[in-house]
Design a protein around this ligand. Structure first.
Ligand SMILES: Cc1cc2nc3c(=O)[nH]c(=O)nc-3n(C[C@H](O)[C@H](O)[C@H](O)COP(=O)(O)OP(=O)(O)OC[C@H]3O[C@@H](n4cnc5c(N)ncnc54)[C@H](O)[C@@H]3O)c2cc1C
Length: 428
């Protein structure tokens, strides 16, 4: 790296990918400056204390450390002595068929549906290379739970409609292992443990990146002035990349633009309803509720009820219904969630939540994210690898949840992709 530059490496974004990159660069003795548009660390890992919840901690975005047995963030939390709550052990699962709880026989059939879905996916992928996830459901036309698995794995978990989502991308990234929640929230954990010792400049959006300068110079233009370096790692979401809010000079190669277009942002929205009184619908703390989805493309809004014994339920909606509700407004999102609960518990729901506060998240409206996380279109699963390819003789790299396999769309994936990009910078 040339010492006449302001720093060795510019990292754009102080989310998990940017932090992973910055720590890896610092460990290798390189100077690194992180430019962050907002005034906080963590990006989509954000623990808020909303007045609607009387200031209780609430993760607006990410919540769980997935695949805890292999998640690189778990040892960091453990070494720091942080408490990790065992979300799976706490959870009480309740599945409805229509307006009644599923029978034991139905639950046993449901439990086997996930393997059946995976096996059918693998058969289709072996025959066709890639298909939309909805094709798997069509191949399992006689399976009463296939559309439910589709709804979970498509719009709920991967925030993508199953007919627009690559089944290969899903299989490459399917999560396993257990899920842990840091006490006090994942965003608070990130802010407490992952920013130390780093040169992070907040309130510094990069508006233009000039990336083909002499001696590999990159120049990041911001409202606070320009910063020069020998390399840049860009960790903004594909939503930000597609928006043009960050201009590249020269324009990015066709292959990169195609990769960004192949990885559109999905949306997931949390709708929180607080109970107005003491009635808890006869559900124990940390109840997790879903229901059978009758047909491919059907809407599923799972609920987490009374998490950690608190006085709210939290519905989660992903894919097109989430975009539709975002456009319709908070009142519509709340009505939708109440209607879903009414289908299961009847009019008692209206009494339980009367007078309670409500909260609706809006990742689509955050100009620095523009959605929840990205998914690959059918036939485009390799776009993640292509986006991670170094550009400009290795002076420009992309990292972030979009760029990782097998942890795409997660905190761990973002962290690892930042570290991979840093290793590539060092390797030259
Ligand atoms: C509702 C929701 C629930 C989720 N649940 C989970 C979960 O339970 N577990 C899990 O592992 N993952 C979960 N995720 C996904 C996870 O949050 C993301 O995969 C991860 O946080 C992405 O990190 P990143 O560094 O790639 O991007 P980001 O977190 O988006 O970081 C990019 C940063 O770049 C900044 N930025 C953008 N544009 C500019 C610019 N022009 N100049 C400077 N800075 C800029 C942004 O402000 C941001 O801070 C969830 C996400 C959402 C939205």
């Amino acid at each position: 790296m040339t010492s006449s530059f302001d720093t060795d490496v510019i990292v754009i974004g102080a989310g998990l990918a940017g932090l992973g990159a910055a720590h890896a660069l610092a460990r290798r003795g390189l100077r690194c400056r992180v430019l962050e548009a907002t005034d906080r660390i963590g990006g989509r890992a954000w623990t808020a204390h909303p007045p609607e919840l009387d200031g209780a901690w609430f993760d607006m975005g990410a919540v769980w450390l997935h695949d805890a047995e292999h998640n690189p963030l778990v040892p960091i939390a453990e070494a720091a002595g942080d408490t990790l709550l065992r979300a799976d052990a706490l959870r009480r699962e309740l599945t409805f068929v229509g307006d009644r709880p599923a029978t034991q026989a139905e639950l046993a059939d449901y439990a086997g549906a996930w393997d059946r879905f995976e096996q059918a996916t693998d058969r289709l992928l072996a025959a066709h290379g890639d298909v939309p996830l909805a094709a798997v459901t069509r191949a399992l036309a006689d399976d009463p739970w296939a559309a439910t698995v589709e709804a979970w794995e498509g719009p709920v978990i991967c925030v993508a409609d199953a007919d627009r989502f690559s089944a290969r991308d899903w299989r490459r990234n399917a999560l396993s292992g257990s899920n842990l929640v840091p006490q006090g929230g994942i965003g608070a954990f990130v802010a407490r443990r992952l920013g130390q010792g780093l040169d992070i400049r907040f309130g510094t959006p990069v508006t233009r990146l000039r990336w083909n300068g002499p001696r590999g110079q990159v120049t990041a233009e911001t409202p606070r002035g320009a910063v020069t370096a020998g390399a840049c790692i860009v960790t903004v979401s594909t939503g930000v990349l597609a928006s043009g809010a960050l201009a590249f000079d020269p324009v990015l190669p066709e292959a990169v633009r195609e990769a960004v277009a192949a990885l559109p942002m999905g949306l997931a929205t949390k709708v929180v309803l607080r109970a107005g009184g003491a009635d808890r619908l006869d559900l124990p703390p940390h109840s997790s509720i879903d229901r059978q989805v009758p047909a491919s493309g059907g809407v599923l809004m799972p609920f987490q009820c009374w998490p950690f014994g608190r006085d709210w339920v939290q519905g989660w909606i992903g894919g097109t219904p989430a975009w539709d509700l975002a456009r319709a407004g908070d009142a519509a999102a709340v009505d939708f969630a109440l209607a879903q609960l009414r289908d299961l518990f009847g009019s008692r729901v209206d009494r339980v939540f009367a007078g309670g506060a409500r909260l609706v998240t809006h990742w689509e409206a955050d100009p620095w994210v523009r959605g929840a996380y990205c998914y690959a279109l059918p036939g485009k699963a390799d776009a993640r690898d292509r986006l991670a390819e170094p550009q400009g003789d290795g002076h420009l790299l992309f990292a972030g949840e979009a760029c990782n396999v097998p942890y795409a769309g997660t905190l761990a994936g973002a962290w690892l992709s930042g570290q991979d990009a840093a290793a590539r910078v060092v390797a030259g």
